[in-house]
Design a protein around this ligand. Structure first.
Ligand code: NOJ
Length: 531
């Protein structure tokens, strides 16, 4: 592919989040794998993406769907081999597709060699210093060292060798011990892991939980009302880590570092994309924003003003799919309050998702597409309890439904599960059950149907390529309507109001998310116009 970006290909790229376990299963074990991805690369090339971000593909006991890494320099046997990953990276490059690897530096798996060594070593040992081991509180040490809670529910500490053992810190599941980033050995190890994947041809690194690596070594109780810096979120010293990583990335050609950072404070977030740190961070304010023109305009303006190189994202494997979100009365998303009790109007949600896709793809910057959003998949809210896998569901006693509903394996073909996700010979069902209604959403059913979500994405990505570096200029528009020009002669208009809106003067309609009527833009519709 011709690169006219001076090496900064990621600035305007369309990056496809590929959740390996749910993409395509080649060997019939109910889990996606690398051979499955390799067989479907032509599909991704035809979709028109620039890069794939692979969610963790390392050996892992799957306590958190692979975000519990047992070995950062290998591939999970259920997914394939390192040689296959090399072949996949090369094959993707031949299709003009770059690859981004997910690195998880905050914590590893409890099966990682370092953690196993720590368990077998005494308190105070060098092995334990790679993690956060501390004696408990109370006369018998049977109370956790502080009041921190796990993001997945329950205390953030687990005791080893009860009744007299130390406790270790895990901000996520107990099977995900946190590394001690105050220890130079940990820093050196991850710098080496970065080089390992860059040397294998990876074009970028997505950094998991990027704002939480460094901790206050005093491990004080968390007091949300205190003005003191948070003991483990967004501490100033985490930036040293990324300065070192940037220096490594800069020794290679055109590599990108992408931070997964959920921070409400835009100024603090912007610090991560200073020139000697990360190249970009995800835009979670955009993802969380309700389907409301005024609120979206604020987020878009805020992003363009201070986010660093702009990124746009509507869905990922941690949040409710936006088809469902936009079909609810409350269209916003809150990571800490996942509400599946609201009724979902899937028709409305799908209509808005189409409009949102065209709005998002018209914005200047890079765009993330989470696998299945190009098929209009919705959040599967009725997974039977005994099939749920997400530790969030279990650790909150079912009060938080967790993230399984966004991770259900893709439907490719046929009229019943596994919809071509697994081969016909498979004896094991997909790791999460697929709704039978997805027979209408398979790639086979949508291919060549001009009204399908898939064809909308293909057309949009094709057109976007021709004007993706042009700047954005807002037009005056009525309440509930967003209208802006992208460079010379192209205008995007999105109607988020409840009444039809006048279309600006134009010579041609390049693309519309729903049919236009009498030169009007119906509610929940976006159009791209040439004027
Ligand atoms: C963010 C990842 O996206 C999520 O899936 C994971 O559970 C946590 N980080 C912990 O690794």
């Amino acid at each position: 592919m011709h690169d006219d970006t001076g090496g900064a290909w990621w600035r305007n790229a369309v990056i496809y989040e590929l959740y390996v376990q749910s993409f395509a299963d080649s060997d019939g074990d109910g889990l996606g794998d690398l051979a499955g991805v390799r067989a479907r690369l032509p599909y991704l090339a035809e979709l028109g993406i620039d890069a794939i971000w692979f969610t963790p593909w390392y050996p892992s006991p799957l306590a958190d769907a692979g975000y519990d890494v047992a070995d950062y320099r290998d591939i999970a046997p259920r997914f394939g081999t390192l040689a296959e990953a090399d072949a996949l990276i090369a094959q993707a490059h031949r299709h003009g597709i770059k690859t981004i690897i997910d690195v998880v530096p905050n914590h590893c798996s409890d099966q990682h060699a370092w953690f196993q060594a720590a368990l077998n070593a005494p308190p105070g040992s060098a092995e334990r210093e790679r993690f956060w081991f501390r004696p408990g509180r109370g006369p018998d040490g049977d109370l956790p060292p502080n009041n921190w809670q796990s993001r997945f529910g329950g205390p953030a500490w687990t005791r080893v060798n009860e009744p007299d053992g130390e406790w270790y810190l895990h901000i996520f599941a107990p099977q995900q011990p946190d590394f001690n980033w105050g220890n130079p050995e940990v820093r050196a190890e991850f710098e080496d892991i970065l080089r390992f994947w860059f040397d294998r041809g990876a074009d970028g690194i997505r950094i998991d939980t990027a704002a939480m690596l460094t901790k206050d070594p005093a491990l004080p109780d968390l007091d949300e009302t205190s003005p003191a810096p948070h003991p483990y979120v967004d501490r100033d010293d985490v930036h040293e880590v990324y300065r070192a990583w940037r220096a490594i990335a800069d020794r290679y050609k055109s590599r990108v570092l992408i931070g997964e950072i959920w921070l409400a404070d835009a100024a603090r977030l912007a610090r991560y994309t200073r020139p000697d740190e990360l190249h970009t961070v995800f835009n979670f304010p955009y993802l969380s924003c309700p389907w409301d023109a005024g609120r979206l305009r604020e987020v878009i303006d805020g992003t363009l003003a201070s986010h660093g190189p702009a990124t746009w994202v509507l869905s990922n494997h941690d949040v409710d799919r936006h088809v469902s979100r936009y079909g609810r009365a409350d269209t916003s998303f809150d990571l800490d309050n996942r509400d599946h009790s609201q009724p979902v109007d899937l028709q409305l949600g799908t209509r808005r998702a189409r409009a949102a896709a065209l709005l998002t793809m018209a914005l200047p910057g890079s765009v993330y597409v989470y696998q299945g959003e190009e098929l209009g998949l919705w959040e599967v809210e009725d997974i039977p309890d005994e099939r749920r896998q997400d530790p969030i569901w279990q650790r909150t006693g079912g009060t938080d439904p967790g993230r399984d509903g966004s991770r259900v394996p893709l439907p490719w073909s046929g009229v019943e599960p596994p919809f071509g996700f697994s081969p016909a010979s498979a004896t094991v069902p997909p790791w999460l059950p697929q709704p039978k209604e997805w027979r209408e959403l398979t790639t086979e059913a949508q291919d060549a149907d001009p009204e399908s979500m898939l064809e909308l994405y293909r057309a949009a990505l094709r057109i976007r390529r021709t004007w993706r570096t042009a700047a954005l200029t807002w037009r005056l528009a009525p309440d509930g309507v967003l209208a802006f020009d992208r460079g010379d002669g192209v205008c995007c208009v999105a109607n988020l109001s409840r009444t039809p809106a006048d279309l600006p003067a134009h010579r041609a309609v390049l693309l519309a998310s729903s049919p236009l009527s009498d030169a009007k833009l119906p509610p929940d519709t976006t159009a791209w116009l040439r004027f």
